[in-house]
Design a protein around this ligand. Structure first.
Ligand code: ZN
Length: 503
């Protein structure tokens, strides 16, 4: 390896930095658009966002980039070890873009933009018929794009999976999701047959927005969220925008009769931000300065939310502080009652409102449908009844209308087929990381101490620092010593729900 960077690599990195600065600008505009932007600004803002996005896309696909791609493909020795990792990622994106004729990509972008506004209207009117023609076109367009993108993947759906979760395939996911579905179904049956239903009425007691904000700030900062490198604001849908490691902003939303929503929401987003805040500075201003994949990113938010934020030992230590911060509101609720009420599970129709036990079933339903759409030939007329039938089979409930059914997520309108599995993978990765951690750290002792730094450091060392320089499968292998397995998540949930439902 060359000890000093070649001039070519320096020039290449300068181009990546330009792209990164434009993308960061758009990230900041996105955050502003969802938090403080005045309502009347939306049209002019859309022009600004589109202008900045085009500038970045031109750099990503332009002549200068093509020259670098050609040069480093022929002469990889011009790159340092880190430079090779950067180039690998750049080339993958470049190839995806370059393979699709520009006119076809432009038509697709236009379709997606229109489809999202049609979806909003269709969702409001609970009308699948309104959205159906667009869904049909999106499916057809996606199938055409896959033919451009496809290299050596076994199935067409693998092409899409790889774009969100590099290296993931149907052959890997099928057995994982089958085991997951069977395990969840079995545990839900045990709860239904023998479970002692916890009292969770107190979960709806009034907690003011001011108190909830205080709770959120207190809890996330002690879980490592650095307020010198981020902020907590309000938005309709909670999200994290990571500009760079010094600026990762989170949002939450409040319901005065649902303190759990804002608290767990903040803890979740803070997990995304913590990842962003701890990426190695050597990846600054490059496209490796983000997370490894959607799934690994979600594993960090869910580690915070589920593995810590719903953890028995964690709450045992935190409960007195929670009681103090919420005044007299919960003074009649002892810790065991609190913990059980905090962790009840119910079948529900809406994915984003599902509890950790039922959540994977929502994802498996979407995965099965997407596989059938992309690898098979599903009639779009049939999709709502397929959706409803699967909700009945998997969760025992059927939506009354399409807004609570097939129209509930914006993903398909945005062309994001293949994205959903990442959410479930995030849950599974998180549990496997917790298990690996427990092999070297005394977790009960750490939780009892209230000093959670070892849990932060472990993730920083094993996951965060690498940014996107490692593939998800490699991160899991290196951090836990084995490939992804659903058994750790299932074992974790069994121990949680046995306690909550006294099984
Ligand atoms: Zn998330």
């Amino acid at each position: 390896m060359t000890s000093t960077m070649t001039q070519s690599e320096q020039d290449f990195r300068a181009l990546l930095k330009e792209m990164n600065l434009l993308d960061t600008t758009n990230a900041l505009l996105d955050w502003d658009g969802q938090t403080y932007m005045p309502e009347d600004e939306s049209d002019m803002r859309a022009e600004l966002v589109s202008y900045v996005g085009q500038k970045s896309f031109q750099l990503e696909t332009g002549a200068k980039m093509k020259a670098f791609v050609d040069q480093f493909t022929d002469q990889p020795e011009l790159l340092s070890t880190d430079g090779k990792l950067l180039f690998k990622k750049v080339k993958k994106n470049y190839d995806l873009n370059a393979k699709v004729p520009a006119a076809e990509m432009a038509a697709y972008t236009k379709l997606i933009s229109k489809a999202q506004s049609v979806w909003m209207s269709a969702h409001k009117h609970q009308s699948y018929a309104e959205f159906k023609p667009y869904l049909k076109q999106i499916i057809e367009a996606t199938k055409r794009l896959i033919q451009y993108w496809k290299t050596d993947q076994k199935t067409d759906y693998d092409v899409l999976l790889d774009q969100y979760e590099p290296g993931m395939t149907v052959a890997m996911l099928d057995p994982i999701f089958t085991q997951l579905r069977d395990g969840v179904t079995d545990l839900r049956a045990q709860i239904a047959d023998h479970g002692d239903q916890p009292n969770d009425q107190f979960m709806h007691r009034y907690v003011s927005e001011t108190t909830q904000t205080e709770l959120s700030r207190d809890f996330v900062s002690r879980l490592g969220f650095d307020f010198n490198k981020g902020s907590l604001d309000i938005s309709m849908h909670p999200f994290t925008v990571g500009m760079n490691r010094n600026d990762a902003r989170i949002t939450t939303r409040y319901g005065v009769h649902d303190f759990q929503m804002s608290l767990l929401g903040s803890i979740h987003e803070a997990g995304h931000a913590l990842y962003q805040q701890n990426i190695d500075p050597k990846w600054d201003f490059t496209l490796l300065s983000g997370g490894a994949s959607m799934g690994i990113h979600e594993s960090q938010s869910l580690f915070n939310e589920v593995m810590i934020g719903r953890n028995y030992d964690y709450w045992k230590h935190e409960y007195p502080r929670f009681l103090e911060l919420t005044g007299e509101t919960f003074s009649d609720i002892d810790f065991e009652t609190f913990y059980r009420g905090f962790n009840t599970t119910h079948a529900s129709l809406i994915r984003t409102e599902a509890d950790p036990l039922t959540y994977p079933l929502h994802i498996i339903i979407r995965y099965e449908l997407e596989k059938a759409i992309i690898n098979g030939n599903v009639d779009v007329d049939e999709l709502p009844s397929m959706w409803n039938q699967m909700y009945q089979d998997y969760l025992g409930i059927t939506p009354d209308n399409d807004a609570d059914g097939i129209l509930q997520d914006i993903h398909w309108a945005g062309g994001d087929l293949g994205y959903f599995p990442s959410y479930a993978l995030g849950h599974l990765y998180a549990a496997q990381f917790l298990h690996a951690m427990s092999q070297t750290l005394d977790l009960p002792k750490i939780f009892a101490s209230g000093n959670y730094q070892p849990l932060i450091d472990w993730r920083k060392i094993n996951i965060h620092q690498f940014g996107a320089s490692k593939e998800p499968n490699q991160i899991v292998k290196d951090a836990t010593g084995e490939a992804l397995s659903p058994k750790y998540w299932l074992a974790h949930q069994q121990s949680v729900y046995k306690r909550v439902y006294r099984l």
